[in-house]
Design a protein around this ligand. Structure first.
Ligand code: SF4
Length: 378
């Protein structure tokens, strides 16, 4: 049983919030896994170990589909990706119920289920049923190969087993090997990389990504006495250039590999990337040719009037410019930017946080060539 909220629970939880990969529903909070790099160290709630239900599934889905950011059949969704794990035994019945409710409403939006727990065969069969003609479900199975139990108390063997079960039983949903966080000096040996390549054969696609190393996570590493992997923290994920090269060359002519979650999710469902990364060719260098064609075919620079219309819908006004590869906009919250980006399928960047052209949206830590003009380098 998931427990009911207590008076100790903080009064306000963001039950629906927008992340770059989708609109996220989190009406259960609490996870016992204790991963040292957990995003809840940064976002809050890391101390809650016991999953607690904050709203009924029906009320939660009502909130999700009634949200100003939600567009039927368009907005990508993520269920229980911020505050718990969708396949924890006590959470899983709620995950399935949310999927059923979305299917009953006739919705075909992408639904991302990101997990590092055991996926039982019975859940796979049920998700096959629910996703027949309904939500486009993708299971993203987080796997790191990290052996240090202080960093990751759950064994990666669990993820390997889930990958096998999800892959063997898939009919109407897709499976992604979510290889993360790749950390230099921790899980980047040649053996780690070859193991991931072997596992990738079981999935429809693989995404590799680095570590969010923010101040809160660094403090947690220090408190636990774990050697710090990088000399500095960063706003974006850290994945050094040499590691990016080693991974991409190990996968050359191998199973499909992606740098971006949305790219892999789109690919496995034969759709163009909903974040419009196609404007950044440095990201697409490893993408299968047929997928590049798909994204190019749907690539469109938005009209100014369409951007204004979306801002008006959000009751916002903000200065923006439309470039050939992105919109630059000032003063919006990240959530509003993601809404624009998904609605337009075109990159929308915050003027205050420019992207380095060669870094695939990652931090500059570990990269020698940022792609900035010389005078802009810092
Ligand atoms: S072509 Fe580029 S944008 Fe499209 S899915 Fe591939 S990597 Fe992503």
């Amino acid at each position: 049983m998931v427990s009911e909220p207590t008076t100790d629970d903080p009064p306000i939880f963001e039950i629906v919030s927008y992340r770059k990969s989708g609109l996220s529903l989190n009406h259960i909070t609490g996870c016992p896994a204790d991963c040292a790099y957990c995003i809840r160290l940064d976002a809050g709630g890391f101390d809650r170990k016991r999953p607690t239900l904050l709203l009924s599934d029906e009320e939660a889905v009502d909130r999700l589909v009634g949200h100003k950011y939600f567009t039927p059949d368009v907005t990508p969704l993520q269920i229980f990706n911020r505050t718990t794990d969708p396949f924890l035994p006590t959470v899983m019945p709620h995950t399935l119920e949310v999927l059923r409710q979305l299917a009953r409403r006739g919705l075909t939006n992408h639904v991302l289920l990101i997990t590092r727990y055991r996926i039982p065969k019975s859940a796979c069969l049920e998700i096959n049923d629910i996703s027949r003609g309904g939500p486009r479900v993708t299971m993203l199975i987080t796997y790191s190969g990290i052996l240090d139990h202080q960093i990751e108390p759950l064994s990666s063997k669990l993820a390997e087993q889930s990958l096998r079960t999800a892959s063997t039983n898939r009919a109407n949903y897709k499976v992604i090997l979510y290889w993360r966080p790749l950390i230099q000096g921790v899980n980047d040996s040649n053996e780690h990389i070859s193991r991931a390549r072997e596992l990738a054969q079981l999935a429809d696609a693989t995404v590799f990504t680095g570590l969010f190393y923010r101040q809160s996570i660094r403090r947690h590493y220090q408190d636990l006495g774990i050697p710090e992997p990088y000399p500095s923290t960063a706003r974006r994920k850290i994945l050094p250039e040499s590691l990016d090269r080693r991974v991409t060359s190990a996968f050359q002519n191998g199973p499909p590999l992606f740098r971006k979650t949305s790219c892999a999710v789109a690919y496995v469902h034969s759709m163009p990337d909903y974040n419009g990364h196609i404007s950044y060719p440095a990201i697409c260098t490893i993408c299968p040719a047929q997928q590049i064609e798909r994204c190019v075919a749907h690539q469109e620079i938005p009209e100014r009037s369409r951007v204004e219309e979306l801002l008006a819908y959000l009751s916002l006004s903000a200065p923006f410019s439309i470039e050939h590869d992105r919109i630059e906009i000032s003063g919006l919250r990240d959530e509003d930017r993601y809404f624009l980006q998904h609605a337009l399928r075109f990159q929308v960047h915050d003027t205050e946080h420019p992207h380095s052209p060669n870094l695939h949206g990652r931090s500059e830590v570990g990269w020698s060539d940022h792609g900035w003009p010389k005078e802009d380098r810092s």
